[in-house]
Design a protein around this ligand. Sequence first.
Ligand code: CMC
Length: 425
Amino acid sequence: MPTAKLILDDTTVELPVIVGTEGERAIDIRKLRAQTGYITYDPGLANTGSCQSSITFIDGEAGVLRYRGYAIEDLVEHSSFVEVCYLLIYGELPTRAQLEQFQDRLTHHSLLHEDMKKFFEGYPPSAHPMSVLSAMVASLSTYYPDSTDPEITELNMIRLLAKLKTIAAFSYKKSIGQPYIYPRNDLSYTADFLHMMFAVPSEPYEVPPLFEKVLDVLLILHADHEQNCSTSTVRMVGSSGADLFASISAGISALSGPLHGGANQAVIQMLEAIREDGGNYQKYLEKAKDPNDPFRLMGFGHRVYKNFDPRARLIKKLVDQVFNEMGINDPLLEIAQKLEEAALKDEYFIERKLYPNIDFYSGILYRAMGIPTNMYTVLFAMGRLPGWIAQWKEMREDPHTRIYRPRQIYQGSTHRPYVPIDQRG
Ligand code: CMC
């Protein structure tokens, strides 16, 4: 087994090296503190492998993303989102019979307990659907408690996958004051969600097949992304033994931030601001480059991808296809294209290897489908759900899992005498 040598003071410590199946190398520092008294410092955990996983592989330099070994390009072309959910959670692509049974279970668990409808009434109409989603997922554990029985744990995974789209659509209906539309078992997972979003009881609604296909592809592209912020949150919360619903509710909250999933909403808000500002995208590019301005170009940059984001490439192709097929024209698309073109030629972005990420063009597609801006991150959560579930399951089944409990380097006051209140000031 290869080892790494670390020289600390006068001692040399040998640390084991772990090699992944795709050749990545990691220095195993599990015994570092016990052997040396030292810890490591890595804010944002950018150089820290927090687990060994067999779910998703990313090569950030080459722009590669694979789920369980399958390239996302192949999955997008040949699989449905439900098939990808099965793949991520169970590790293999399903046979036809396995897929049918899985689909059947997903449709038969999609109703919410009727009492849960009352929860939606308690939120203000202005509530962000991501906050509602996180709260509703946390409340599922009151109906479906955790168990040591693996069959119940697995059933809870199915329940969550089946019900998340119902919760998402109900939160939208509540926010616009329309009646809830119940799930329909004759529709595909994606069509069912679109139907619950857009149908009203007073007339029939046919889900446009193009929207069903586009959304299915978008969900596949969001389905997992190894140890990103929300997934690490799911694993961290789950590492304490917290149940699936609590862990994933925390993951949804982590995803809501503008540096993570919330970026898809922020991109459209940024493009709208540029349009209202007379289309002056150059001004926003300059703002993004100004070290004294906190503004960042939303939908640009990535912790791992340093060449291109393969999801962004596929989404951009989809944008062209959908806009051609629908014959629509969106001024925000034109601004986005100009902004991208200018950024890719700009030294600041080139030097820092900043490229459009998955969120740059996804909002443009959601807009074309008539999905309101504050639902974009909810769709990200729907797509990411099978990844969170798979990662939570892997974490629970991994004998090496320990409760997440990082260390710190304390930089505060050293011990000082207590000052009584009348002697302070
Ligand atoms: N606009 C302008 N400058 C940027 C941007 C940006 N979007 N992203 C990074 N930079 C600069 C940053 O200021 C820093 O410059 P300097 O070296 O001069 O200080 C350098 O690039 C490195 O950035 P960083 O913040 O150290 O990189 P990170 O890996 O910690 O952050 C990121 C990654 C995605 C949070 C960041 O690129 C960002 O804030 N992007 C905009 C938000 C966004 O689109 N988020 C979605 C990410 S993809 C989907 C997802 O994960 O949810």
